[in-house]
Design a protein around this ligand. Structure first.
Ligand code: EAX
Length: 339
């Protein structure tokens, strides 16, 4: 065996040793963690979780193994959330709407017509208001590592195109399990039905429901075009999700393991936001190709929808900590001109 191949092998072994020694020295232990998401594996939220798995494996030298479970495989949203609080599940990436039952302040993010663009969303979520919300989670047994993107929410239905405010009247529409979403669609004179995302396809297929509301990418990924004829760009809310860790697990982790998971969640955030925006540009064409009829709702009709829901926004803002509402208002002013 030649001299240089020995040196190369010695160097490689030394490097490997260093890595494991480094890992052990920094308190990275062998662990297998489970992370759940709500949407199918091809959706940018689940692609983000898959990226998180890869980054954690790379940063921990393979010692921290994360297994991802898309499409609510680990159970409905509220069940997974309580499994984290109970310490029987490690991680979950729910929509802020389903977090409303744990930390009610998250429903402030569900208020209608707050945000128009992804740049505004990033500025608000990554700014002091987003951080203030994440800081409320530990006292409830959860740790929030990052805020990921779902996107601008639009209405799909099987009855007729939504051109005007009045076209929402009487629509039996699935909404997320959030008091704000229920009140908003009541204010729009629709008939809101709160339900786990896992039941939406079946309820639309059986015609128990007429409609649902989600970013078009969710409609594509969950094949809702098979059970919905119309999509209308209401843009009535901006959907985001929180990467959660069970506090019971978090308290057992070393500082290095925590820093590693935190860094990985932020790196995967940037990745999934980018993928989400790239795919969102194609979603409308894909849904049209799949047979859906998509119409743009005019700015004038959106404004009428915003005015119809303003009493809900006013009432909700009055029922929260004034300091937090002041922060939200000043942040909304700060991001208003970001396009
Ligand atoms: O988290 O429940 C919903 O409509 C959410 O947008 C979806 O599950 C993605």
């Amino acid at each position: 065996m030649s001299h240089c191949s020995i040196t190369r092998r010695t160097v490689l072994t030394a490097a490997a040793l260093l890595l494991t020694a480094g890992a052990q020295a920094q308190g990275i232990q062998d662990r297998t963690l489970r992370i759940g998401t709500t949407v199918p594996a091809d959706h940018p939220i689940s692609l983000g979780a898959k990226k998180f798995v890869e980054i954690v494996a790379a940063k921990s030298g393979g010692k921290l193994k994360v297994k991802d479970y898309p499409a609510l495989q680990l159970g409905p949203e509220l069940q997974q959330q309580s499994a984290l609080v109970g310490g029987v599940q490690d991680m979950f990436v729910p929509s802020t709407a389903s977090l409303a039952g744990v930390v009610r302040e998250f429903t402030l993010l569900d208020l209608p017509f707050l945000i128009r663009t992804s740049a505004q969303a990033d500025a608000l979520m990554d700014g002091p208001f987003g951080q203030a919300l994440l800081a409320k989670l530990p006292e409830k047994g959860l740790v929030g590592l990052a805020i990921w993107e779902n996107g601008l929410r639009h209405v799909t239905n099987s009855r007729h195109p939504i051109q005007r405010l009045e076209d929402l009247q009487g629509l039996k529409i699935r909404v997320q399990q959030s008091p704000v979403f229920i009140d908003v669609f009541k204010a729009l004179k629709a008939n809101p039905v709160p339900m786990s995302f896992g039941e939406v396809y079946g309820a639309l297929e059986s015609k128990a429901l007429d409609a649902q509301e989600n970013p078009l990418l969710v409609a594509r990924s969950a094949k809702l075009y098979e059970v919905q004829k119309y999509a209308s760009t209401t843009g009535h809310a901006y959907g985001v999700l929180v990467v959660l860790v069970s506090k019971k697990l978090w308290d057992k982790l070393s500082a290095d393991e925590r820093n590693l998971l935190q860094a990985a969640a932020l790196e995967a955030r940037d990745y999934q936001r980018q993928v989400s925006r790239e795919q969102a540009r194609k979603a409308m064409d894909d849904l049209r190709a799949a047979g859906m009829q998509i119409n743009e709702v005019s700015a004038a009709e959106r404004e009428r929808m915003r005015q119809a829901t303003q009493p809900v926004t006013d009432r909700v803002l009055q029922s929260y900590d004034p300091a937090l509402v002041r922060l939200l208002r000043s942040e909304l002013e700060r991001i208003a001109y970001i396009s």
